[in-house]
Design a protein around this ligand. Structure first.
Ligand code: FE2
Length: 312
């Protein structure tokens, strides 16, 4: 057998389930792609149980090596929809987004606001940051459970009338901004009519409005941010903006009334108390069940190179 159980210092237990599960090579020189191909079923089961699996200590030295490992799982490829700029590094492999490393990226499920979202996401560490830059993960069912414990009234109201998410995007990239947050980049067109059509096709928004100042306002909901996948609840829709410096996300209850600040701070507190900050080692591959686990990025020092791949 090519894979043996391992352990990382930062892992934790939820009930009696370790998070994430770590797998190491049984012998030096073990080829991860070959080991994965032999144990696909066992790995799928382990992913369902643990939500995240870390493969550490294998000789995965390049985007091409990573691509072979992704292929070995045999899951269908999926393309990206999103305003972050990603560079293709190898077959099925992209650079992670270009948000400057000194900023954090908030917890989210990948592509939660698009109609089709990946069921799995792979991260590969080509180069760990010299300081910080951890990928942090948290079981999404735990967020729901703790919110129900701490904020029951809020959760009942959310389940009754839902939340409305309003995201405003400029037409053009904002000058001096490190990332392109524009609707033009998100929808890959300049044309308002075409943009509206693509938004309706690709995004799960209820409506999109193009304003005279060129901005577009995407409205999602009223919708319950909590979904159920395979019998497990997940806090699927992001109530925090994508990154700390990115404005333009506005939430309210389904009837338009304000969401209490305590609910947002309880949510943030629960994320911080229940997450695992994974300290990357070169060559690590982290496989995450995108339907049961949220991920985020901690600020760090460059250089850092994490590549990603997503599956249907
Ligand atoms: Fe992400």
């Amino acid at each position: 057998m090519g894979l043996v159980e391992g352990k990382v210092e930062e892992e934790r237990l939820f009930g009696d389930v370790v998070f994430p599960k770590t797998l190491l090579p049984s012998n030096t020189g073990e080829d991860l792609a070959i080991a994965v191909a032999k144990e696909r079923n066992r790995l799928s089961e382990a992913l369902k149980e643990h939500g995240a699996i870390l493969f550490r200590g294998f000789d995965v030295g390049s985007a091409e090596d990573f691509s072979r490992v992704v292929e070995a799982f045999g899951w269908e490829e999926m393309g990206y929809v999103g305003a972050t700029t990603r560079v293709k590094m190898a077959n099925r492999v992209f650079s992670a987004n270009e948000i400057p490393l000194d900023q954090s990226i908030n917890f989210h499920h990948e592509m939660a606001l698009t109609k089709e979202y990946p069921s799995k996401i792979f991260f590969y560490c080509f180069e760990p940051a010299p300081l910080g830059g951890e990928t942090s993960i948290v079981p999404s069912n735990v967020i729901v459970e703790k919110m129900e414990e701490q904020m029951l009234k809020f959760m009942e109201k959310v389940s009754d009338i839902g939340l409305i998410f309003r995201i405003t995007r400029p037409k053009e990239k904002i000058q001096g901004s490190a990332i392109d947050n524009s609707w033009k980049c998100l929808l890959k067109t300049n044309d308002v009519v075409e943009a509206e059509k693509r938004a309706r096709e690709k995004l799960s928004c209820a409506s999109v409005m193009f304003n005279d100042d060129g901005t577009a306002e995407f409205t999602y909901g009223p919708v319950n941010p909590v979904r159920k996948f395979g019998g497990k609840k997940a806090w699927f829709l992001p109530i925090l903006g994508y990154s700390e410096n990115k404005k333009g996300v506005d939430i309210s209850f389904g009837d338009g009334s304000d969401v209490p600040r305590e609910a947002i701070s309880a949510y943030k507190g629960i994320l911080e108390e229940n997450c695992v900050d994974l300290k990357w080692k070169k060559g690590d591959i982290l496989l995450v069940d995108n339907l049961s686990v949220q991920h985020s990025r901690r600020p760090g020092k460059p250089p850092r190179a994490i590549y990603v791949s997503i599956c249907k």
